[in-house]
Design a protein around this ligand. Structure first.
Ligand code: GLA
Length: 786
């Protein structure tokens, strides 16, 4: 609901409320964002006016050693006022929402209220992707402010099916002279109190999304990227929360930009204990020449509030991303189980090898075969050929179309890897168009993975790529595309732009990227596009507007993946996170983990395989076949259900619950065995208290005592590492047998939990504990019986 009552504006979602007002001076005073306050369309206006009057700032004196706005409004001190937006120069000395350099060189702005418009539905932006909604589930408020010839629009989209408000801003130059926009944020939130914490998701290649909390004090906390991508160093998603917030209780605000480039979020408390959070494009690498008659759009930001802790916030964001960010044919469609050739063969691929792999994949139940890097031109390592997207005739004699046909004849769908945004200097594309790549003329260039970034701020480059990839994707029966991007920016410079507009390059690149992704996803709506940037270097809501799923990390080790996937789960639904079972020892960590654990962890994302299946023994293949069959049975719950974190630490517990709460899959993962600890219990969340459920687990049906001597002569550590023992055990792998099986009410399950069988209790020295040792895991299945 959006309502205007006098000078007050009220925005309400089912569980949250947001309020601000137009002050006498024309500034917008922020009044409230938090749990719903009970306002409805029926609430009498006088009641709203008196409620809101209670929320306004009550300063009556001219502030000491601060700036009074003007002589008529001596008590208006912008430094100590919660505002919807702020600028430099009129007394607010905090981090500003916008900064504009005027033709006379001054940087003082003062945007004041002009008009407001409320409408149903959700409008889209011209240059950037945004959330989407219909007349039935979204309403929008646009507030227009003016400063001289500049018009600033603040847009608030309120979603009626979840507790999200999307915000964005737009600046229009209606004057006769150009201005330079040094910063234009997407949203500002000024809160009355200090003592907040900011949860950030830091990382690097192969260890993405490591959550940690920073206290927000009077020193500014900044979460930003200058890599040209949203980055694995600092994901744009942040949570501002009370220090006592936990998984199930506590105030949490979530902010996530729908943007894939350099971003910036700052949080800081001021001298009056008010906290300001700002989020938008990173001003550090940005400067925009705004000509008369032109508009600049700042990306949309998703904001959400939950009084119910991190889990409550994640629930809101999961729903929102699924329903209002991801779009197209694949939005709710079951995602196929794929086999990707990368860790199976790296660059060393050819049709014979790939078909052998595809056959093995088909035999275990895989549905989609993906040919990764190495298939085009002279691409035998990462030093050449990016940009030349013709199949290597020696590797693929029938071209991409020939291979795709053969793969489809096996009964599998066919997918392909591409990296459109990049070029190697050793390529025909670079030789023909050196000016299309980003580098500074006359200066040596720093390369990443031996490659350069194509200048997508140049429309000619974007149009070339649209043409080239339209040809490629129409040339064969391709059902899936892995869209990679394997370096960060350096030597940022566009030969297309004049010297005084180089501050626009990074943002124009992102706009060009969206134009490219938009054109290709529109032309090929049936293709499932998966985003990737060396794993999670561009895991963000901008990419998810085009690609319903993203390769979360090049790290396929199950132990690391538990942490990485859990990190993503704070802000992203698990059916956006792709996860593969890979070989043992793992290629990134050299760690050995049970196949069952690799599967159990990957099953909580979109499941795939990335290993040489053609070289596995029968036991392992049988196990994989069983696991894929199991996944398909539970795929809807795992991909479309509600995911909750239950516990983390040495033991992680997760659960995915179907929308109707009648089915659920839980997982317990134990990193290290500790002897003589208590028997674990599993206490699900998200079920229906009033239903009765059957709770059971499956284990592999073998009796470890049959190997008594063998097992007893090998120290426990070797049972895991010694492939001989593994293989002998694997021979006995057959259909799963139940090991836990109780029928119990939802209420008992969620309030008391189920005591688990000893395999995970770590209670001491028994065969089961020894087999399910470090990195052990188990799935639990929960089915309503009423
Ligand atoms: C990146 C991706 C990998 C793989 C390689 C191919 O590193 O993240 O999954 O596709 O590129 O070069």
């Amino acid at each position: 609901m959006i309502r205007r009552a006098g000078d007050f504006f009220l925005l309400q979602t089912p569980g949250t409320a947001y309020a601000f007002r137009v002050m006498e001076t024309g500034h917008l005073e922020h009044l409230y964002y938090g749990a719903a306050l009970g306002w409805t369309t029926e609430t009498p206006e006088h009641q709203i006016l008196s409620d809101c009057a209670a929320l306004t700032e009550k300063r009556v004196f001219e502030p000491g050693n601060s700036i009074a706005y003007d002589r008529e409004h001596k008590a208006v001190n912008l430094e100590d006022l919660r505002q919807e937006i702020s600028s430099r120069g009129k007394g607010d000395i905090r981090d500003p929402f916008l900064e504009i350099r005027y033709p006379d060189g001054s940087v003082t702005s003062d945007f004041l209220f002009d008009s407001a418009e409320i409408r149903t539905g959700k409008t889209s932006m011209e240059t950037l992707p945004g959330a989407w909604g219909t007349e039935a589930d979204a309403e929008e408020l646009t507030v227009t402010l003016k400063d001289r010839d500049l018009t600033l629009e603040l847009c608030y989209s309120v979603f009626l099916d979840c507790d999200v408000i999307c915000r964005r801003s737009r600046l229009y130059n209606g004057g006769d002279d150009p201005v330079t926009v040094e910063r234009l944020m997407s949203a500002q939130l000024d809160l009355d109190t200090d003592g907040w914490e900011l949860a950030l998701f830091h990382g690097a290649w192969a260890r993405e999304m490591d959550k940690h909390d920073v206290s927000v004090g009077t020193a500014r906390v900044v979460n930003a990227s200058v890599t040209g991508t949203s980055s694995n160093r600092n994901n744009p998603f942040v949570i501002l929360h009370r220090p006592d917030a936990g998984e199930s209780a506590g105030a949490c605000y979530g902010f996530n930009l729908i943007y894939s480039g350099n971003h910036y979020t700052s949080a800081q408390a001021n001298a009056y204990r008010k906290t300001r959070l700002l989020t938008g494009i990173n001003p550090e690498t940005f400067s925009w020449h705004l000509e008369p008659g032109q508009t600049l759009e700042a990306p949309e930001v998703v904001t959400a509030f939950s009084p119910g802790g991190f889990r409550g916030l994640s629930r809101i964001l999961h729903h929102f991303v699924r329903e209002h960010i991801v779009r197209g044919v694949w939005q709710h469609k079951p995602r196929p189980v794929l086999l990707n050739s990368w860790e199976a063969a790296y660059f060393d691929i050819n049709e014979t090898k790939l078909l052998r792999l595809a056959r093995a994949a088909r035999d275990v139940g895989v549905e989609l075969f993906v040919m990764d890097d190495g298939w085009f031109a002279d691409r035998s390592d990462d030093s050449r050929s990016l940009g030349d997207w013709d199949a290597n005739p020696k590797k693929l004699p029938g071209g991409v179309a020939g291979l795709a046909k053969k793969v489809r004849e096996l009964g599998l769908d066919f997918g392909i890897w591409i990296e459109p945004e990049m070029v190697n200097t050793d390529s025909d594309l670079y030789r023909a168009h050196p000016e299309w790549s980003m580098d500074i003329p006359g200066r040596p260039h720093s390369e990443g993975r031996n490659q350069r970034v194509l200048d997508l701020s140049n429309p000619e480059v974007v149009e070339h790529l649209i043409r080239r990839f339209t040809e490629l994707l129409s040339s064969a029966e391709i059902s899936y595309v892995k869209w990679d991007m394997n370096r960060i920016f350096s030597d940022v410079y566009s030969r297309y732009l004049p010297p005084d507009r180089q501050g626009e390059t990074a943002h124009r690149y992102v706009m060009g990227l969206y134009r490219l992704m938009g054109a290709l996803t529109e032309r090929f709506p049936e293709i499932l596009f998966e985003g990737c940037a060396s794993g999670g270097n561009r895991f963000d809501l901008g990419i998810l507007c085009y690609c319903p799923q993203i390769w979360a990390s090049d790290n396929t080790d199950a132990v690391c993946r538990v942490h990485i996937q859990e990190g993503y789960s704070y802000g992203y639904p698990m059916n956006c996170v792709t996860s593969h079972v890979s070989a043992c020892p793992n290629h990134q960590t050299l760690r050995e983990t049970p196949l069952m654990t690799r599967f159990n962890v990957a099953a909580f994302g979109v499941l795939g395989y990335e290993m040489n299946l053609a070289d596995l023994n029968r036991g392992e293949l049988d196990e994989i076949r069983n696991e894929i069959a199991l996944y398909k049975l539970w795929r809807e719950v795992l991909q479309q259900g509600d995911f909750y974190r239950i516990q983390h630490g040495n033991i992680h517990k997760w659960i995915c619950v179907s929308k109707d709460k009648r089915l659920a899959v839980g997982m317990m993962f134990q990193q290290m065995v500790w002897p003589n600890t208590q028997y674990e219990n599993f206490r699900p969340v998200g079920l229906d208290e009033n239903l009765r459920y059957r709770f059971y687990s499956l284990s592999y049906k073998f009796d470890i005592r049959e190997f008594g001597d063998l097992v007893n002569t090998v120290a426990p550590i070797h049972i895991r590492q010694n492939s001989l023992v593994h293989n002998v055990l694997a021979k006995f792998v057959s259909l799963p047998a139940e090991v836990e099986d109780v029928t119990v009410s939802g209420s008992v399950l969620m309030k008391a939990g189920v005591k688990l069988a000893p395999a995970y209790g770590g209670t001491g020295f028994n065969e089961q504990t020894r087999y399910f040792q470090d990195f052990g895991s188990r799935l639990y299945f929960i089915e309503a019986v009423d």
